[in-house]
Structure formats: C-alpha cells, structure tokens
Design a protein around this ligand. Structure first.
Ligand code: ZN
Ligand code: MN
Length: 477
C-alpha cells in the first residue's frame, strides 16, 4: 500500500483552563502567572489530610456555556470521580475528574476538510476536572539534574473536550483547534494569551492498525507538527513490515519528534471511583438560563452582510475575537479597504514579527489614521507598508511612540504632485540612455528597470501606475 492510500484517523482530547477568578475546589486565586512558585496554595489545593473540596459554581457555569455553544447534551446527573495515579505534581495521588457520567455528551464542531468542504467533527463528551501542579526540570551537565514543583496550577479548573476519531489529517486537526480556540475565546471562558491554557492529547492511527497516544502537546501549534511526524513514523514502520504497538508517546517540541513514553494505561489502571467528598451535580436545567454570545460563524455571516466584505476576509477577521473587535472599531474608514489592510497586510506583518494583535489593539486609532491616509491617496500603498513596518517595529521595541502621520512626515513619504514626478522621470531617462534603447527595441524588462529606478528615487511616493503612465509619455508604451 502506498503512503497516500493509508487512511489516517485522528481523535483529540483538548484540555482548556477556564479563566475563573478562583480555583476549582478552593478560594485560591487562579491568576498565578508571573507570581512566585507556590504562592497560590492552601491546604485544599495542596491536598493536605482532612481538607474537603468545595465546588466552584462559576467553573460549572463556564463549562455549561461551552456545552451549549457546541450543542452538547447535558446529563441529568454528573459525577466527580477520583482518577488514581502517582506523580509528583499530583498532590493527592488522584485527580478529581469525571468518569462515566461527565457533564455533557455529544455536540459537534463544523470545520472545513482539506478540500475546503464543510465537515462535522462530533464531540464524544465534555467534562470538568482539576489541573495538577507543574514540574520544572532544572540543571545541566555541570550542576546535575533536579526537578522543582510549583503547585500554583494545582486545582485550576479545566474542561476536557474529547472528539470522536473523525479528523483525517494534521491540517484538519489544526483547523479544528483554531475553531475551538476561537469559540472558547468568544465565549469568554478562557484566555488564549495565557501560556499553556490549551493542552492537547492526540490519538492517532493508520486504519487497520493500533493507535498511539501523544500526550500533553503544550502549544496547539505543536499539534500539527507532532501529528505529521507521527504519521510518517507509523507509515514507514508499516511499510517495512513492522507492527504499531499501542503506547503513549511524548512530543519533543524542540526536535519535532515523538518518543515512546510507556505502554498505554487502561481505565482500570486508574481505579476510577466516585469522589465521596463531592455531591452528584444536577445542572441540566441550568442550561436554559445560559446566555450564548455571538459566535464566530454568526459573526462571519454578519460581517459579510453588514460590511459587504468577501467571505475570506470575513472568515479571517472573525477567526479571532480580538481581531474582529479591532476591525469593527475602525471599519468606518471603508469596510473593504480596512478589511484588506487588516486581514491581508497587518496580520502578515504581525506574524512576520511574531507579534500579537494585543500589542497593536490599544493603538487601533493610529492604524485607522494610516488606512485613512491610504484611502485618501495621501500616500501610496507601498509607502503605507513602509509606514506600517516602522510603526510596528516601534511598538514592538517600545522605543519610540510615533504615530503613522508623524512617520509619513519624518520619512517624507507624502504623495507629491505630478510635476515633481515629471522632473525625476526626465532625470532618470537622461542618465539611462541604454535602457531607453532597450525599451524601444522591445528588450524584456527594460521598462520595468526604468520604473524601478524612478520608484527608488521617489521612495514609493508615487503610485507605480502613475509612474508607468509618465514614462510612457516620454518613451512610448
Ligand atoms: Zn487552594
Ligand atoms: Mn484529563
């Protein structure tokens, strides 16, 4: 069988930290990032003997918001369980999670398959559980290895969302996660800026063979990489006549490879049993009172209606809540030009600089000024990009706070009158006689060479079409 003929089957388990203000079973603040280790702890989240968990109502409310948005069915009775295993980050040697009676079952996410057609990915279940602490591995060759443990994360509320094994490629998995992340962000139940707020386990197999689980991929961008590596590994092994063993593997982010971790535990290994310290929860009725905000698909449709922008622009702009909000604050400059400068140009420049929109969003009015200058033809598109780059570099380094209008002034990029252009064209033509001869003898690229010289001389202050027209006046088309 060729590699292309082997069907890939992927299922995901996504853990997402809910952004409640306190932890799942105690009053400790859940906002621990940047604080010293072990400063957000109490006897409950340290698992000391004699302490009892008290369920955070807000965490259940957030989980119900998610269940409603994804069209899940909330069970009449949901039950917390103890999942027993020993690990230094797990204070009680069991994790409080949900077993056979989770919060909700079913539901689905609509994505696009690799051919661009709509595809439904069904959800198996959604449940609520506590996050363990965090291990920090220290040391190097000289100082020896040791591990520190930070319990600030111990007891942070998580929802775990499990998909049916219906994803067929790493790209589909990426689109699924992007959609999921956007929806959770729109629901305002999690903060995508927080490191490790989404962690993914991936089950992956080739049809007819055993499946392998890749645990704890901490960046959701790493998921696609891990899957690509794992598919290649499994296909090569099958092609060489080898057997895929059912196992857990770890993804090594830096190397982009997976390594075998241990043979896969089964549910019985965890000795799940009902958590005696928490009552059974009955929240199915509560779902009626949960108010759903506008979700990405609805907002995309509204953008197309209200602003008359293309489906692609609407999809890009609504794929991220902050981006959608950013667009809406400045769209009155002109819906189409703003969509294009935001979705096509700004996002590209941000990605190139590895900057997040969060840095730019507070300065939306300045970006709006820039788009206005372009709209009013005060500067050319080319000059606009130059100004944008300078402006973003300033924001990134925080060295200089210079508005786009000031950058245009300082770099002398304002469009000038045609008379000024005429002078420069004359000058360039006079100093490049060979190029004129080349052009007249239809030598390829000669005209572009002359245009290039003029663009260079005028530093993008004129529209290339205007330059072309002016040169044609002198030397013909
Ligand atoms: Zn606590
Ligand atoms: Mn879990």
């Amino acid at each position: 069988m060729t590699n292309e003929e082997m069907n890939v089957i992927i299922g995901l388990e996504v853990h997402c930290q809910l952004n409640t203000s306190s932890k799942l079973f105690c009053a400790c603040s859940a906002d621990f990032r940047g604080d010293a280790p072990n400063t957000h702890t109490c006897p409950v989240c340290l698992g000391l003997p004699g302490t009892l968990p008290v369920l955070n109502k807000r965490a259940i409310e957030y989980a119900l918001k998610v269940a409603k948005a994804f069209n899940c069915v909330v069970l009449e009775k949901s039950e917390f369980c103890r999942k027993n295993y020993f690990y230094p980050d797990l204070v009680k040697a069991y994790q409080i999670t949900m077993g056979d009676n989770p919060l909700a079952v079913g539901g689905y996410v609509e994505i696009e398959d690799d051919a661009g057609n709509p595809k439904i990915i069904n959800l198996t279940r959604i449940h609520v559980e506590e996050d363990p602490g965090r291990l920090v591995h220290m040391g190097n060759r000289e100082y020896g290895h040791y591990t520190l443990v930070d319990y600030n994360r111990s007891g942070i509320p998580l929802i775990e969302m499990v998909t049916e094994p219906e994803l067929s490629s790493p790209k589909e998995a990426r689109r699924f996660l992007n959609k999921l992340r956007a929806m959770l962000e729109y629901l305002d139940v999690f903060d995508p800026e927080k490191e490790g707020a989404i962690r993914v386990d991936a089950n992956i197999s080739i049809k007819g063979h055993e499946r392998v689980e890749i645990k704890n991929i901490s960046s959701y961008k790493g998921v696609e990489k891990a899957l690509i590596f794992e598919i290649t590994r499994q296909k090569n092994l099958i092609n060489r006549g080898g057997t895929i063993v059912r196992e857990t593997r770890h993804f090594q982010e830096g190397k982009g490879t997976t390594i075998s971790a241990r043979s896969k535990e089964t549910a019985t290994d965890y000795r799940y049993f009902p958590e005696p310290d928490l009552p059974i929860i009955c929240v199915a009725d509560w779902i009626k009172d949960i108010i759903s905000p506008e979700l990405p698909d609805a907002r995309r449709d509204r953008f197309m209606q209200q602003y008359g922008i293309t489906a692609n622009h609407a999809k890009t702009l609504t794929g991220d809540l902050k981006l959608a909000e950013f667009y809406e604050t400045i769209a009155d400059v002109g819906a189409a030009i703003t969509a294009s400068w935001t979705a096509d140009i700004l996002i590209g420049e941000l990605n190139y600089r590895d900057m997040s929109l969060g840095i730019v969003a507070p300065h939306a009015s300045e970006f709006k000024d820039l788009v206005t200058l372009i709209r009013d033809k005060k500067i050319t598109d080319k000059a606009g990009i130059e100004v944008l780059r300078v402006w973003l570099d300033n924001l990134r380094t925080g060295t200089k706070m210079e508005k786009p209008t000031k950058i245009v002034e300082r770099l002398n990029l304002a469009r000038e009158s045609g008379e000024h252009l005429r002078g420069i064209v004359e000058q360039i033509l006079a100093s490049n006689p060979q190029a004129i001869i080349d052009h007249k003898t239809r030598k390829k690229g000669a005209l572009n060479f002359i245009v290039g010289q003029v663009v260079k001389e005028t530093r993008g202050k004129f529209d290339p079409r205007e330059i072309h027209a002016m040169i044609a006046e002198f030397v013909g088309k």
